[in-house]
Design a protein around this ligand. Structure first.
Ligand code: MMA
Ligand code: CA
Length: 400
């Protein structure tokens, strides 16, 4: 072969190779063109969607701006309202506190009135009972008095009638005596003039007989009156006897009442002696018992209650001075367990007079019970944890 042919053939191979490469490149470009076309279409679609979304967001932004302005206005109004409510809340709180104070005072007053009402009711009931008994006795005495008055009046009337009758009989007796004397005189004359005056004498005899009859009748009547007088006198005496018996009965009952009262007093004295023998101390109107063991406040109180007493209540300087002389730390009946800071005695009354040691009470809610502590000082109360153990003092009022 000649050299020209070889050269041409090599060029052909080179061309073929370059043609193949170009074809590949074109195919790749074609593929990348297709991909870009797809991408462009997708971007166009996504551009359209974003435009729509942006418009919607613009609208919603405008609406939110309007809403925000409205909320700002309403926020301002609410702020004003809140300030007004705060002011009114402060005033109401003040008012409520004043009402609470006045409510507490009224509750205390009501409790005191209830106690005094109960005592008065008991006293009134006793007075009513004694009034009823006295009314019954008075009514019985009035009835017996009325009956006796009636009987006395009847006896007085019958006595007056008898006196009148007696006076009439005396008058008639005097008259008869005068008549008899005249008859005697006339008889003397008649004896002299007997024959002539026989007729007249007979008449006088008849008249005298009639007078005799009437005199006899009056005598019978008088005897009957005397009998009835005797009977009435007997009846009156029996009634007087009955009145005497009833009076005696009443006096016996009065005596029995006095004896019963005296025996009650003696029993109270005996109770007092019993307590003194059982280790109680008597001071003024009460008995006091000091324990020889130590217990918690509640256990101490239970012991007093079981003895028919309670922990001691100190109402005045005399009691405070009395209890110091025993030289012991002792629980007394004072606590603020119910409401922190409100001290109450075990009978429910609030503490008004107090003898706190300096710096006391200092235990807040962890010290709610009170003990007598430094007995060498007049002011010696200390608030203490109720669960700690101490001696204690019971008090029982003496009802004489
Ligand atoms: C104890 C306790 C308190 C009291 C103080 C007083 C240390 O605590 O009894 O109740 O107040 O003593 O010093
Ligand atoms: Ca204390």
């Amino acid at each position: 072969m000649c050299q020209t042919d070889i050269k041409w053939e090599m060029e052909m191979v080179l061309l073929q190779t370059s043609y193949n490469n170009l074809t590949k490149e074109r195919d790749q470009l074609q593929t990348s063109y297709n991909n870009l076309t797809i991408e462009r279409d997708q971007l166009q679609t996504s551009n359209i969607n974003l435009t729509i979304e942006r418009d919607q967001l613009q609208t919603s932004y405008n609406n939110l701006a309007i809403e925000r302005d409205q909320l700002q206005t309403s926020y301002n109004n609410l702020t004003i309202e809140r300030d007004q409510l705060q002011t009114s809340n402060i005033n109401l709180t003040k008012e409520r506190d004043q009402l609470q104070t006045s409510y507490n005072n009224l509750t205390i007053e009501r409790d005191q009135l209830q106690t005094s009402n109960i005592n008065l009711t008991i006293e009134r009931d006793q007075l009513q009972t004694s009034n009823i008994n006295l009314t019954i006795e008075r009514d019985q005495l009035q009835t017996s008095n009325i009956n006796l008055t009636k009987e006395r009046d009847q006896l007085q009337t019958s006595y007056n009638n008898l006196a009148i009758e007696r006076d009439q009989l005396q008058t008639s007796n005097i008259n008869l005596t005068i008549e008899r004397d005249q008859l005697q005189t006339s008889n003397i004359n008649l004896t002299i003039e007997r024959d002539q005056l026989q007729t007249s004498y007979n008449n006088l005899t008849i008249e005298r007989d009639q007078l005799q009859t009437s005199y006899n009748n009056l005598t019978i009547e008088r005897d009957q009156l005397q009998t009835s007088n005797i009977n009435l006198t007997k009846e009156r005496d029996q009634l007087q006897q009955t009145v005497g018996d009833i009076t005696k009965e009443r006096n016996d009952l009065q005596r029995q009442l006095k004896d019963t009262e005296a025996s009650c007093k003696t029993r109270a004295e005996k109770d007092k002696m019993n307590m003194l023998n059982n280790g109680w101390q008597f001071f003024r109107d009460g008995f006091y018992h000091i324990s020889s063991q130590r217990k918690t406040w509640q256990e101490s109180r239970n012991d007093c209650l079981q003895k028919g007493a309670d922990l001691m209540i100190i109402n005045n300087i005399e009691e405070q001075t009395f209890i110091r002389q025993f030289n012991k730390y002792m629980w007394i009946g004072l606590t603020d367990s119910e409401t922190e800071g409100t001290w109450k005695w075990v009978d429910g009354t609030p503490m008004t007079t107090s003898y706190w040691d300096s710096g006391e009470p200092n235990g807040g809610s962890s010290e709610n019970c009170v003990e007598i502590k430094y007995y060498d000082k007049e002011n010696n109360w200390n608030d203490e944890a109720c669960s700690s153990s101490h001696f204690w003092v019971c008090e029982k009022k003496f009802l004489s």
